[in-house]
Ligand binder design. Structure first.
Ligand code: SF4
Length: 172
């Protein structure tokens, strides 16, 4: 689908880790509205609806982004989570798009295969304004030397079903 130069500039403002998803959502919205090429207006509309990284504070209050990390229960036996927490503190790697007004409000394990705890804890965090859940990098690894999480997609869907965005990865 064709995009105007201005629309592409607007898309660049979407955080990198959700940009691909944003592009697809914008094109879907443009098709539904019969708009082509894609305009900045349709990007802004879609971005506001799906990809705004702002919190759910009341109008007029300072906007805060609230995130949580879910990590592998098995790996947590040997990992205190330093990599994830340091990456967040220093806004590195999968956290580099977040500004200073971002709070890590949850850091929990999945509860063991097949991630039985995730849905329940995300539900609790919604009461605290949760915007985004990161799946820890240990859940997302995909190489022969590391056992990958067989339930990653299921866990991801469980979070998204609560209306919360998911980012795959934390510190590598
Ligand atoms: S469901 Fe995945 S993340 Fe959770 S304990 Fe099992 S392998 Fe680890």
């Amino acid at each position: 689908m064709d995009w105007t130069k201005e629309a592409l500039s607007e898309l660049e403002k979407v955080p990198r880790f959700v940009r691909h998803m944003a592009k697809r959502a914008v094109e879907k919205a443009a098709r539904e509205e019969g708009v082509e090429p894609v305009t900045p207006e349709i990007v802004l509309k879609t971005r506001e609806k799906y990809f705004s990284l702002v919190g759910k504070d009341k109008e007029g209050e300072k906007k805060v982004t609230r995130i949580a990390v879910v990590r592998c229960h098995t790996v947590a036996e040997v990992c205190p989570g330093v990599g994830c927490l340091k990456a967040f503190s220093h806004r590195k790697l999968n956290f580099e798009e977040y500004g200073p007004d971002t709070e890590l409000i949850g850091f929990f394990t999945c509860g063991g295969c097949s991630g039985r705890r995730v849905s329940r804890l995300v539900e609790k965090l919604l009461d605290h304004g949760l915007d985004m859940v990161h799946l820890s990098s240990c859940m997302c690894m995909n190489d022969d030397d590391y056992p990958r999480c067989p339930f990653k997609n299921q866990i991801k869907k469980a979070v998204e079903a609560k209306g919360v965005k998911v980012v795959e990865g934390t510190h590598h």
